[in-house]
Design a binder for this molecule. Structure first.
Ligand code: FAD
Length: 218
C-alpha cells in the first residue's frame, strides 16, 4: 500500500464523499498512531461482532492483544477482520438539522489476522505496546513472566488494504440558509490527559516518570 492516490482494492475505495479519503501510508499511520482505541470486526458463529480494544502499530503491522481465553482473539485468528480507528475532532452545527456533522479522522483496515505464536516474538510485541503508549517505560518494568506470555494472545494484521477518511472545517449549509440568524460553526473536541494519580504503593517522594507527562492521545 504505497500509492498515495489509489486505493489498494475496490473494497477500500471510498464511494461516499470520496474527496475525504486518502490511501497513503502517511495518512493512515498518522491516525493509527494518534489513537490506540480500535474496534475489530469479525464474524463468529455466523453473526458479526465488533469488539473495542487497543491497537498499536509497529512498522507495517497493527497488533492487538488480550487474554488467551478471549473469544474475540480466538475468533479473529486467521480470519478476515476489519479494524477501525477513529477520532472525533469537532461537533459541526449547521443551520438545518440535515447539515449537522462531525469533524473526524478515521481509518479502516481490512485483512487477515494472524496470531503471534513464538513466545519471544510475543514478548517483543508486549514491549511494542508499552513503548507505543509510554515511550521509555519498558526498561523500568519488572521482566515479563513466561506464564504471562502464555496467558496473553497477540494478533496482528499487515497494513496492506486500508483507507483513511477525514472531515475538517465548518458546516456546509444550503447557500440560502447562510443568511438565517442561527448560530452555526464548530465546537472542537479533544481528549486530554488529566493529572497523574499515584496508587497507594508508590513510595513517598517518587514522582511519575517523564513519559507520563508525554502521553498523547488524539
Ligand atoms: C466519528 C465519526 C462519526 C461519523 N458519523 C457519521 C454519521 O452520523 N452518519 C454517516 O452516514 N456517516 C458518519 N461517519 C462516516 C462513516 O464512517 C462512513 O464513512 C459513511 O457512513 C459512509 O459509509 P459507506 O459504507 O457508505 O462508505 P463507502 O464509501 O461505501 O465505503 C467504502 C470503503 O470506503 C472506506 N471508508 C468508508 N468510511 C470510512 C471511514 N469513516 N474511515 C475510513 N475509511 C472509510 C472503507 O474502506 C470502505 O470499505 C462518521 C465517521 C466518524 C469517524
Amino acid at each position: 500500500m504505497t500509492d498515495a492516490v489509489k486505493p489498494a482494492s475496490k473494497r477500500v475505495r471510498l464511494k461516499r464523499l470520496n474527496k475525504r479519503g486518502a490511501y497513503d501510508r502517511a495518512s493512515i499511520d498518522a491516525i493509527l498512531d494518534a489513537m490506540p482505541l480500535a474496534h475489530v470486526g469479525y464474524v463468529f458463529d455466523g453473526a458479526p461482532y465488533v469488539t473495542p480494544t487497543l491497537q498499536w502499530r509497529e512498522g507495517d503491522h497493527v497488533y492487538w492483544h488480550g487474554s488467551s481465553a478471549s473469544r474475540m482473539l480466538r475468533a479473529a485468528e486467521d480470519t478476515e477482520v476489519c479494524l477501525t480507528v477513529s477520532l472525533l475532532d469537532g461537533m459541526v452545527l449547521a443551520r438545518s438539522a440535515f447539515h449537522h456533522s462531525v469533524n473526524y479522522r478515521s481509518v479502516m483496515l481490512l485483512g487477515r489476522a494472524f496470531k503471534v505464536t513464538d513466545p519471544e516474538e510475543k514478548a517483543e510485541r508486549f514491549k511494542g505496546l508499552i513503548e507505543a503508549l509510554y515511550p521509555g517505560r519498558w526498561d523500568m518494568l519488572r521482566p515479563v513472566k513466561a506464564i504471562e506470555v502464555k496467558a496473553t494472545s497477540v494478533l496482528g494484521m499487515k497494513i496492506a488494504e486500508g483507507s483513511a477518511k477525514v472531515r475538517t472545517g465548518p458546516p456546509i449549509d444550503d447557500e440560502e440558509d447562510n443568511a438565517l440568524p442561527i448560530w452555526a460553526g464548530v465546537v472542537p473536541v479533544s481528549m486530554r490527559m488529566g493529572k497523574a494519580v499515584a496508587d497507594s504503593y508508590v513510595p513517598a517522594g517518587l514522582g511519575p516518570p517523564a513519559h507520563v507527562g508525554k502521553i498523547r492521545i488524539g
